[in-house]
Design a protein around this ligand. Structure first.
Ligand code: 13P
Length: 255
């Protein structure tokens, strides 16, 4: 069985002391929640301080981006070699990076490969824009993004990867996809994985939904058999709402 994951993408929020305080609050409320993986993805500069907390908590840690090169003249960038030992996961190809920072499918693939080479598990984000959605292009957009991101990866590498389906129109809008639609698209992602790498690999990959998830809708979303977790933005910045989502998920999975 795939272990459910509640992943908090903190985006460009929280100073180092604020990040430590939030992580402590979350731990106080959510505990170690054996059955649910709690992944915190703070800004880069907070990773070190949160890593120190993982000795007493059961958080997994993730970065929000990385470069694909090991090192070099790339001012302002962070390489997977630098993240090794500090981050268990790295979010790659978030729509904000694709839209605001010009990240291409090709670079998403480079980053995924580089992360895996350093034993950091990519959380690859895919999702259609409102315009693509309205034109009925959701399926083809997801298909292109998933195939491009995973191009050249082995079945074992794909099994270490997490895919997050985040429709752009649902991010930060308060308008989540319905659980049924989210489940259907996550099922399509799994069908693509099956075609690329076979049944066993596809069954092992965790697929998350992201976009306006909160305590009110997480139950319905997590009841969808093809959805293995959530990539949470706003609701992950408040300890109470994040911990509540962990609790609801744990209950559903009988943890
Ligand atoms: P919201 O949960 O704030 O809609 O953000 C989703 C997201 O982008 C997570 O990566």
């Amino acid at each position: 069985m795939r272990k459910p994951m509640m992943a908090g993408n903190w985006k460009m929020n929280k100073t180092v002391p604020e990040a430590v305080a939030l992580a402590r609050q979350i731990h106080a409320l959510a505990g170690s929640s054996e059955g649910v993986e709690q992944l915190l993805c703070p800004p880069f500069i907070c990773l070190h301080a949160l890593k120190a907390l993982t000795e007493e908590t059961s958080f997994s840690l993730g970065a929000q981006n990385c470069h694909w090169e090991e090192s070099g003249a790339y001012t302002g960038e962070i390489s997977p070699a630098m993240l090794r030992g500090l981050a268990d996961y790295v979010i790659i190809g978030h729509s904000e990076r694709r839209q605001l920072f010009g990240e291409s499918d090709e670079n998403v693939n480079r980053k995924a490969r580089a992360a895996l080479a350093h034993e950091i598990r990519p959380v690859v984000c895919v999702g259609e824009s409102l315009e693509q959605n309205e034109r009925g292009q959701t399926g083809e957009t997801i298909n292109r993004q998933v195939r491009a991101a995973l191009d050249g990866l082995s079945g074992a590498q794909v099994q270490s990867t997490i895919i997050a389906y985040e429709p752009i129109w649902a991010i930060g809008t308060g308008r989540a996809a319905t659980a049924g639609t989210a489940g259907e698209i996550c099922g399509q992602v799994r069908a693509i994985l099956r075609e690329m790498h076979g049944e066993a690999a596809a069954d092992a990959v965790r697929i998350l939904y992201g976009g306006s998830t909160k305590p009110d809708n997480i139950g319905a979303i997590m009841r969808e058999p093809q959805i293995d977790g959530a990539l949470i933005g706003g609701a992950a910045l408040e300890a109470e709402s994040y911990a509540e989502m962990v609790r609801i998920t744990g209950e559903l999975y009988g943890a």
